[in-house]
Design a protein around this ligand. Sequence first.
Ligand code: BEZ
Ligand code: FE
Length: 292
Amino acid sequence: MTEAYEKGFFTEENSVEVVTGRNAGARDERLKFAVGVITRKLHEAVKEIEPTQDEWMEAIQFLTRTGHLCNEWRQEFILLSDVLGVSMLVDAINNRKPSGASESTVLGPFHVDGAPELPMGANICLDAKGEDMVISGRILDTAGNPISDAVIDVWQANDEGFYDVQQKGLQPDFNLRGVFRTGADGHYWFRAVKPKFYPIPDDGTVGKLLGALGRHPYRPAHLHYIIKAEGFETLTTHIFDPDDPYINSDAVFGVKESLLAEFRKVDDPARARELKFDSWFWEVEHDFVLAR
Ligand code: BEZ
Ligand code: FE
């Protein structure tokens, strides 16, 4: 017997109504809504593309291979979401900030829990490789007041564009990672080396897709930050080198104008000595404003 909610036999014309009508009894309204929207958009795409059976099978195999690449430390589906701009869109929707607050960007796959908490000024570069850099700034609220006890978790790639976790045994564990805690003045500073642009993991399905689309896999040089403070929204963000060759074509669309920092080359022997650097160094100053 035909139930009232059933929309009849499936045709090319009524495909959406037939499929979504079948979900009328869903217990979870949010799930029903999401599956309904996805069904509508997906059918619209299929009707516009009109794939051959072979093309449809190729798409299924692409997704199957993408799934097979996923394991404890690799998430090819997130990478796919990243290069399609979906990760940045979800981030934007979930992090609409009050005016004046710092903007967020993607977390990425290279954050590691448990990086050491270090005294302000510590050098997070443990293998002395790369061009010296000092980074400083303040953690503020939207009224410009310093936030004390803010916890700043930073990580970055080295001067060859690799994170420590990508070069286990070559780089020391926790190289170019550290956690810092602000005092009453909200000020932070640490030493590191200038990061370099690097490719996102491109030896899988996502890399192949980028190649086929005529896209490169590079992210412009950046430092990652997660900043937490009691009573404030956690901020997951980066600062970028505006002079990087890939600054206008980040493979994952993570660059925002407000996240461009200035990387100044400083040739001042007295300051270099103070900072325990051998000669010239890079200096970056960047404040972060947290939303309540
Ligand atoms: C990263 O910046 O670490 C990253 C972000 C998205 C994809 C791959 C890497
Ligand atoms: Fe990164």
